[in-house]
Design a protein around this ligand. Structure first.
Ligand code: RB5
Length: 154
């Protein structure tokens, strides 16, 4: 599985730490920016990861901004993306088990680094539980398909 990762200026330090962690786990990671602390607009970087996951170019994605809120709003606009903003290991684990989250979103300004890296580790190693949760995820897919058809018909 390859992972696409991006952040805005408020998430670059955590992004670097996550890339080191992924390298150490021999996971292929595509760093889609930003690469310094000059202010940028988080949608420009959220789009890169969300498109990669939506188009199937990346198996999963990780996005970081100050709070994680902006990046999660952006990522969840894209078909097939289930972005989960996680502030602890419990929500990270459940987002995989129940929601089959394929983009993990973190806020560098609200997490200490150890907790953030623990969240990444548990999110990576937890599989989707399937069963009744498959039906629920399929309902999300149906909503996306219905909305797309409605837009095409206009
Ligand atoms: C940047 O200052 C900040 O607004 C951004 O990183 C993020 O927290 C947005 O949701």
């Amino acid at each position: 599985m390859n992972i696409a990762i991006a952040s805005d200026h408020a998430g670059v330090d955590l992004k670097e730490k996550i890339i080191k962690l992924l390298d150490g786990m021999s996971i292929k990671v595509d760093d889609l920016g930003t690469d310094n602390k000059d202010p940028v607009d988080y949608p420009d970087y959220g789009i890169r990861v969300a498109e990669a996951v939506s188009d199937g170019k990346a198996g999963r994605g990780i996005l970081i901004c100050g709070t994680g809120i902006g990046m999660s709003i952006v990522a969840n606009k894209f078909p097939g993306v289930r972005a989960a903003l996680c502030y602890d290991t419990f929500t990270a684990k459940i987002s995989r088990l129940h929601n089959d989250s394929n983009v993990l979103v973190l806020g560098e300004r609200v997490l200490d680094y150890k907790l953030a890296l623990d969240i990444v580790k548990i999110w990576l190693k937890t599989d989707f539980e399937g069963g009744r949760h498959t039906r629920r995820v399929e309902k999300i897919n149906e909503i996306e398909e219905r909305l797309m058809k409605q837009r095409e018909a206009k």
